[in-house]
Design a protein around this ligand. Structure first.
Ligand SMILES: [Zn+2]
Length: 394
């Protein structure tokens, strides 16, 4: 059993030369109905007995389809119920229950927290992990890291793994039938990828999530990610709103899941994610908004910070698909200076903030948050907030 904490920076960081490193899952499979072929795909892993981790809701839906598909290929399975929090407590409980079950692979089926918990459990048991996301709201499925929470749901750590998921299987039929708000939040998370990767590449001291330099390959992927969202994002959200899975949905799901997943991990994060995570320090924001919604706000502040001409374009795109673009849409206010200070201090303390190519100070962060807020208010008065209000009311 793996009990050591793996630290990628110890492997890749060298005083004299920092290599370029790209991290990616071994295989990525996306399409409508692919969930029913999981049994066939895991023959690639020679698996004979798999643990299927999902919430009790997930077991009644996608989990049952996967187990049926495993049965057809004579792979036995054990049902493992995820209790909703990616916490050490939950992970240790599942490891205890599985360690005498002789499983040779773990299939994590669900949203970001279930996927991240699955990666942590599989690492401890020394098993390959197969990820089957049921939402396209985040870029957890492809990465070799897990965001850890306390049992109360407060983000408190990140765990890194030496291996990426062995297989990522994304059924676009499943993700297209989830709420439109999830796909749109995924676009907010994915839109940051290109701008953050560019910041890390421009700053010679910029580092990706394994402490290495970004490759040109993942920077190119980040650019494709942004273009895909600008060109197809609105079309895809309109399709998902009526439960239709078409080419625009396929493109945006790939941008949200594969491209953004490789892009953030291999390209590196910067101000957009530093500020997004800092917003979770405000309880009312943490409890009511999705990660990708906070990243949209972080991305606007990031673009204002670097005086990027894309700031207005991004704000207009976010307004049209229904992402928050000003403090009022996060139920915050610029008058509550103490809240802005909490976000500023937390963002300043985040290591990834200093991947930006300029010297970042608390004053610059505060000015960027408030500048993004003013830009967002101006764009909202032009374009309106119909999409945002509709998604929040769902
Ligand atoms: Zn993210």
């Amino acid at each position: 059993m793996n009990t050591d904490i793996y630290t990628p920076a110890n492997v890749f960081t060298d005083e004299n030369s920092v290599p370029r490193v790209m991290i990616a899952p071994q295989r990525y499979i996306q399409g409508k109905g692919v969930i029913d072929n999981v049994g066939r795909y895991i023959s690639l892993l020679n698996s004979k007995r798999a643990s299927v981790l999902a919430s009790s809701r997930g077991h009644g839906a996608e989990g049952a389809r996967i187990i049926h598909s495993l049965n057809q290929r004579n792979v036995s399975s054990i049902v493992t119920v995820f209790d909703g929090e990616c916490s050490l407590e939950e992970i240790n409980k599942q490891v205890e229950a599985l360690k005498t079950e002789n499983v040779d692979c773990l299939i994590a089926v669900g949203g970001g927290k279930c996927v991240d918990a699955g990666k942590s459990i599989a690492y401890r048991l020394g098993l390959p992990v197969v990820v089957v996301p049921t939402l396209a709201s985040n870029d957890a499925p492809c990465s070799a890291l897990s965001v850890m929470y306390s049992s109360e749901g407060v983000q408190n750590d990140v765990e890194y793994f030496p291996e990426s998921p062995a297989l990522v299987v994304v059924d676009t039929g499943v993700v297209a039938s989830a709420s439109e708000r999830f796909l749109v939040a995924g676009m907010g998370d994915a839109m940051a990828t290109w701008y953050e990767a560019k910041a890390c590449l421009t700053n010679p001291n910029g580092r990706n999530c394994v402490g290495a330099r970004p490759t040109l390959a993942c920077t190119a992927m980040g650019e494709t990610c942004a273009h895909t969202l600008y060109d197809y994002g609105e079309m895809a959200s309109a399709s998902v709103a009526v439960g239709r899975c078409d080419d625009s949905v396929e493109r945006v799901v790939e941008a949200n899941t594969l491209i953004s997943g490789i892009g953030f991990e291999s390209g590196g994060c910067a101000a957009a994610h530093a500020i997004a995570v800092a917003y979770t320090h405000i309880n009312s924001v943490h409890e009511n908004y999705l990660h990708g919604e906070m990243v949209a706000m972080g991305t606007l502040a990031h673009l204002v910070m670097e005086d990027n001409k894309d700031a207005t374009k991004a704000a207009e795109f976010f307004a049209r698909v229904g992402l928050p673009i000003h403090l009022g849409q996060l139920a915050m206010s610029r008058e509550r200076k103490e809240d802005i200070d909490i976000v500023t201090d937390a963002a300043m303390a985040a290591g990834i903030m200093h991947n930006m190519p300029m010297v970042v100070t608390p004053d610059l962060i505060r000015a960027s948050i408030l500048g993004a807020h003013e830009l967002g208010e101006a764009v909202a008065s032009d374009i309106g907030d119909e999409a945002f209000c509709r998604l929040q009311a769902e």
